[in-house]
Each structure stands twice: as C-alpha cells, then as structure tokens.
Design a protein around this ligand. Sequence first.
Ligand code: CU
Length: 166
Amino acid sequence: MSRPLSRRALLTGFLGAVTGLLATSSRAFAQMKPVASGAKPHLTVHKDPNCGCCGEWVNYMSAKGYRSTVLHVDLRPIKKQYHVTPNLESCHTTLVDGYVVEGHVPETDIVRLLKERPKDVVGLTVPGMPASAPGMDGKPFQPYTVLAFNKAGQTTVWARHTKPGA
Ligand SMILES: [Cu+2]
C-alpha cells in the first residue's frame, strides 16, 4: 500500500520538477526573444528644445530602428541626477535600459554596453560635441573617443573612433 503511493509521490515530484524547469526555460526564452527578433530598447532623450544636433542624433538612432521619447526639460537637474559631471557633459542626456548615454554616442557602443552590462558603469559619454560623431557628421572625419563613466565621475575609454562609421 505504501509503495505505490510513494512511487506516485515520486512521480508527481519528478513531473513537478520537469514542469518547473520547462517553465523557467520558456520564461528565459521569452525574455531573450525580443532581442533575437531585433526589437530595440526604448530611448528617453532629454534635450533643449532648440538643440538641432540633438534631434539629428535622435534621427540617426531612429534610422537604426530605435524609438525615442524626447523630453524638452531643464537639463541641469538631469545631468546631476544621472552623474553627468560638467567635464562629461554633452548636449542631450538619454536613458536606455538602465544606462545613461550622454551626447553623440554611436549606436554600436550602446549595443555593446547593453550586451556586456558592466556593473560599475553608469553610462557612456562623448563629452562636448566632436565634429564627426553621429548627428554631427562633420567632414572630413575627425577622430573622437567614447568614455564609460561611473558614479564617482571616473572614466575609462570605451571606444576610439578613427574612421567614418567605425
Ligand atoms: Cu549635440
């Protein structure tokens, strides 16, 4: 009498575990699916209403499949809130998937940021407005550098762009 019961209990436990495992992996798959199908994370862009190059950067990201919410706000409190110190500042401040992107950062650098998700990094910045960064597009091409920054305002070089589109 006790043996079939315990066998059933074992079986139930086993099936429960398998179901749990399947549920977990299908959830993980569901979370991965938007990335696999090419959905891009949403951008929240804070800018001055009169900033033309900010709009050009939004257009550049839009051409790469990103949708943006553009907010015309006082940027001083935004920079402060998101740890963008004066030496790291550019024109617009963007929030994307838990990170801050300051200024004319190339899309490829943002993709890498969201893939690697470095723990100590608040975000990326291209300080100032380098002549040939995306949305500025000055020719002939002038090299520029993308920095990663943390809450303490420390920076590391994230990428050096030395030729157009790279
Ligand atoms: Cu700009």
